[in-house]
Write a protein that binds this ligand. Structure first.
Ligand SMILES: [Zn+2]
Length: 245
């Protein structure tokens, strides 16, 4: 590890669960962010600061004024610019020791294999079920770690799915019959800090996944109004259309 890395990551290295070997693992892992909205801005910020060696960002959307309430990497000057490209620029200034790339592209069934195949951990920060289904399918087929966040209103949810093992549940084991009309986050009301809470939790799980410590398939539900976290045990669903195949 370079001297500047030892200094930059010293507060990680002081954690016995991370130490130098753990930080080394983080430095060698590559992450893919699908979506650079509120969750993506928060999760990618902490992942970049944490030193993940390679971070790839995928988002086709442009920054809009109504995004500025919660998408913390953007400001007024970024309006009408591509979210992935703007985020890359901002994140580069936070940590020049890692490799960042941005792709102005919509993830589809056809392109996902070539775009995400080299990533170790996929962070799904998308705002629609169609993309979630495609990402889950890819992670299932390619045995990846999938960390999926969502937030709407005062509620946030986090699914950690270790799809490297066939016996573990997938996203569709939890959410059967994903339909886009029901719960698209794109046009929904949302309390600003919710994306920060869930995005930060996604980054915590990415670190745990990278260092192979305490990372388990799990599901967390957060109610911002009540101030309550609920951890829900998840297991493979015998009726899951994806896992049945
Ligand atoms: Zn399943």
């Amino acid at each position: 590890m370079l001297k500047e890395e030892l200094v930059r990551y010293s507060r990680h290295i002081m954690l016995p669960e991370i130490d130098i070997p753990g930080q080394d693992k983080i430095n060698k892992k590559s992450l893919a962010f699908v979506g650079m909205g509120g969750l993506g801005c928060a999760a990618s910020t902490y992942c970049v600061l944490s030193g993940f060696g390679k971070v790839e960002i995928f988002d086709f959307d442009l920054v809009e004024e109504s995004n500025l309430q919660r998408q913390a990497l953007f400001n007024l000057e970024d309006i009408s610019k591509n979210k992935a490209l703007v985020a890359k620029k901002k994140l580069e200034s936070l940590n020049p020791l890692i490799r960042l790339s941005a792709h102005k592209i919509k993830i589809t069934k056809k392109n996902i294999d070539s775009l995400l195949k080299d990533s170790d951990i996929i962070l799904d920060c998308s705002d629609n079920f169609e993309t979630r289904k495609i990402v889950n399918n890819f992670c299932f087929e390619h045995s990846k770690i999938l960390i999926s966040g969502s937030s709407i209103g005062w509620q946030g949810q986090l699914a950690c799915l270790d799809l490297r093992k066939n016996s573990n549940p997938c996203y569709e084991c939890i959410f059967e019959d994903l339909e886009d009309e029901d719960l698209s986050c794109r046009e929904s009301a949302i309390a600003s800090p919710l994306v920060g809470i869930i995005g930060s939790l996604m980054a915590v799980e990415a670190i745990k996944g990278a260092i192979e410590k305490n990372f388990h398939s799990s599901f967390i539900d957060f109610d911002g109004l009540k101030g309550e976290f609920k951890k829900i045990n998840i297991k493979k669903n015998p009726n899951c259309k994806k896992c049945k195949i």
